[in-house]
Write a protein that binds this ligand. Structure first.
Ligand code: IPE
Ligand code: IPE
Ligand code: MG
Length: 240
């Protein structure tokens, strides 16, 4: 049973395995991404029910541009239809959407839909739903370093004053964008045991759980199991 008194504040999810899910059924990869979108919707709802404050999903990495144009544009098309059809519901459920990653590089209609979603949900006070899109942990750190370097050059900051908090603030999860604490729990489905450039800085002390299901098969029950697994861990943060 889930212990409601020990809920993680921030859960991050690497939604992996859509392609294999489709392949197993003899379907095109996009059918897997479509099924994955449906699984994601249920996890957003369930996070809200469980009282989780921040949910981050890895939807598209800076490396995913290596895929075929058909797959990449199909993924964005599905995303646009998700945000358009679910905007009312997100607003009704008091969900605040934030994007991690430089989404300006996405197709124009996707950028427009995302901006509308950000704008319409910005004052909501319930679950914060972060969508990592064109996101890479190294790209995020590169941008943070660059921004701090500019501040040093402009005389706004001395190199010896650079702290971990200042670096955190410059990330997509930092105070000027998503203002999200580090995730206590990172879940990756599909059996792959790696982070694939996800939240490299923020995951320093995250607990990692790897449910052995493909993302479209990741149900609220599986989600609760992952949280129970998290709750059974002893977190030490280097102490004894
Ligand atoms: C995750 O599923 C979704 C994205 C990366 C966009 P995949 O498409 O990576 O599925 P597999 O890993 O090929 O099964
Ligand atoms: C990670 O999955 C990215 C997302 C889930 C969006 P990938 O399928 O791209 O990762 P690798 O290639 O297996 O490491
Ligand atoms: Mg994959």
């Amino acid at each position: 049973m889930i212990n409601k008194d020990r809920m993680p504040v921030h859960v991050a999810v690497i939604m992996d395995g859509n392609g294999r899910w489709a392949k197993k059924r003899g379907l095109p990869r996009l059918a897997g991404h479509n099924a994955g979108m449906k699984a994601m919707k249920k996890i957003v709802d369930h996070s809200d029910k469980l009282g989780i404050r921040y949910l981050t999903v890895y939807a598209f990495s800076t490396e995913n541009w290596k895929r075929s144009i058909a797959e990449v544009s199909g993924i964005f098309r599905l995303l646009v239809s998700y945000v358009n059809s679910d905007l009312q519901e997100l607003v009704r459920n008091n969900v605040r959407v934030k994007i991690l990653g430089d989404y300006s590089e996405l197709p124009e209609d996707a950028v427009r839909s995302l901006e509308k979603t950000l704008e319409k949900t910005k004052d909501n006070t319930g679950l914060q739903f972060n969508i990592a899109l064109n996101y890479g942990g190294r790209d995020e750190l590169r941008r943070a370093v660059q921004s701090l370097a500019f501040k040093v050059r402009n005389g706004q900051l001395a190199p010896e004053d650079i702290t971990e908090d200042l670096i955190s603030a410059e990330l997509f999860t930092g105070s000027i964008n998503a203002d999200t604490p580090d995730p206590e729990l990172i879940i990756r489905t599909s059996g792959e045991l790696r982070l694939s450039n996800f939240l490299l800085w923020q995951s320093a002390y995250s607990e990692l759980v790897f449910p052995d299901v493909l993302w479209p098969d990741f149900t609220p029950e599986e989600y609760e199991k992952a949280i129970e697994d998290f709750q059974s861990r002893e977190r030490r943060f280097g102490g004894r």
